[in-house]
Design a protein around this ligand. Sequence first.
Ligand code: FE2
Ligand code: FE2
Length: 183
Amino acid sequence: MKIKKREVEDLVFVSYLEEMLQKKKFLKMNRYLQHGNTTCLLHSIAVAYFSYRLCKLLRLNVHEKELIRGALLHDYFLYDWHQKYKPCDDVGRHAFIHPRIALFNARKDFEINGIEEDIIAKHMFPLTFYPPKYRESVVICLVDKMCSIYETFSKCAYKKVTNLVVSDKKERRIVGRRINLYN
Ligand SMILES: [Fe+2]
Ligand SMILES: [Fe+2]
């Protein structure tokens, strides 16, 4: 049986994702809503996957492990920014400060290197002042914005992606969780 190049590439992505899904701390992102009814966990997985796929499509020479891990942790801020009680006063401020909170949390809970730190800290550019330093950070900065728009208008975002990259049933249930604020 011939295995397609894309399938092999996806397996590489899945191996890095699986490593993170084993960590309970990483799964905490499943508790918080990002855009639409998509959780921070699913949003981060989608940003990681589409960033990875975009790099493959454009044949960009990137550090794949850092690209994927950085994307998986880029919104590791761990609070619900839609609720009244959060570390910042309002939604507008959340947009500016959450990269720093995510970086603080990621440094505390994981071992991350300079590229991963840059991805997390700069992903909201140009809202945050400093531009991305690495190619990986630029890709995630762009893909994050595309994914955010898609999630805002989608009722059931990334169903196919979830099935493709998460093979374990229990993990798929966790990753596929939806949060409806108005229920
Ligand atoms: Fe973000
Ligand atoms: Fe994001």
